[in-house]
Design a binder for this molecule. Structure first.
Ligand code: SF4
Length: 276
């Protein structure tokens, strides 16, 4: 059996950067606290919690008990009210915000036209964008909207992990007069993975997408590939034993942006051992 690992795979640029910053903060010796999951992959999150001895805060108010340490915010940003609370109480914090996401927020904040933010309702980026103020009108991709929306002299900013097709479909369905759409808000990383995996899919007869079942970009990658080939989402190498692997002569491995290279290598090793 031939196993092909597609590039790019493993953590995206924003998460690699966040982990490097975490390493630096950990080496400085202060205790690190977090409020929100640092990434959307339970297994990888647990590894990070263990490696950096991260301590979960049940709510922002609990940060008042921190004696020597700082609160870490994830790659998808920090909510305005959380930051305001920490500043008010002079509690140290550090933002791991991906530069791509930060840039999107900066443009959103400077925008003077009527502005919408389109994202998944429970996604961290949507929550952060909504915390910036009531002038940002929320639009949720995964919640039905009733009636038509006004796009005159308006612009839509986007959760960075959406893709152009789903945004265009949403706008076509809900706006009589289409607003401007900030397509530059879309991070190219998930789309690049879909493109590379689609190209490689024709030379493989099984595609394994590594990622969490709750990760929107891993699910998007899976659904794009499923149209072409037999593709499955694998959240742990333990699931390999349930697959009829000997049926396949070529397997393609790819991943969502919240799965590390170490995890992909681990699955690769396990695959080789199972078919040996
Ligand atoms: S998916 Fe893109 S926007 Fe999100 S953290 Fe990774 S690089 Fe940044």
């Amino acid at each position: 059996m031939i196993i092909e690992i597609i590039a790019p795979s493993g953590f995206c640029y924003g998460l690699k950067r966040a982990i490097e910053l975490l390493k630096q903060k950990h080496a400085e010796g202060s205790s690190l606290y977090y409020l929100y999951p640092l990434l959307n992959n339970e297994k990888e999150l647990q590894k990070i919690i263990d490696e950096f001895s991260l301590i979960k805060l049940p709510r922002i108010e609990a940060a008042r008990d921190i004696k020597n340490g700082l609160v870490i915010f994830p790659a998808h940003g920090a909510k305005h009210d959380d930051v305001a609370f920490l500043k008010k109480h002079q509690i140290k914090f550090f933002e791991l915000t991906c530069p791509f996401v930060a840039n999107n927020y900066q443009r959103l904040l400077k925008e003077t036209r009527k502005k919408y933010f389109l994202g998944k309702k429970d996604h961290m980026e949507t929550k952060v964008a909504m915390s910036f103020g009531p002038d940002i009108i929320p639009l949720y991709l995964d919640v039905s909207h009733v009636g038509s929306l006004d796009g005159k002299n308006a612009i839509i900013y986007l959760q960075t992990t959406l893709n152009k097709e789903e945004v265009d479909d949403f706008v076509k369905k809900h706006f009589d007069t289409p607003p401007e759409i900030s397509y530059v808000s879309i991070c190219p990383e998930p789309e690049r993975r879909i493109k590379e995996a689609l190209e490689a899919s024709s030379r493989n007869d099984l595609i394994l997408v590594l990622g969490s079942k709750s990760s929107s970009n891993a699910n998007k990658l899976l659904s794009s590939l499923k149209e072409k080939r037999h593709a499955l989402l694998l959240s742990s190498e333990d699931e390999l034993k349930f697959l009829p692997l000997r049926k396949y002569s070529r397997i393609l491995l790819t991943s969502g942006t919240s799965t590390s290279e170490a995890e992909i290598n681990e699955v690769n090793r396990k695959l080789e051992a199972l078919v040996d």
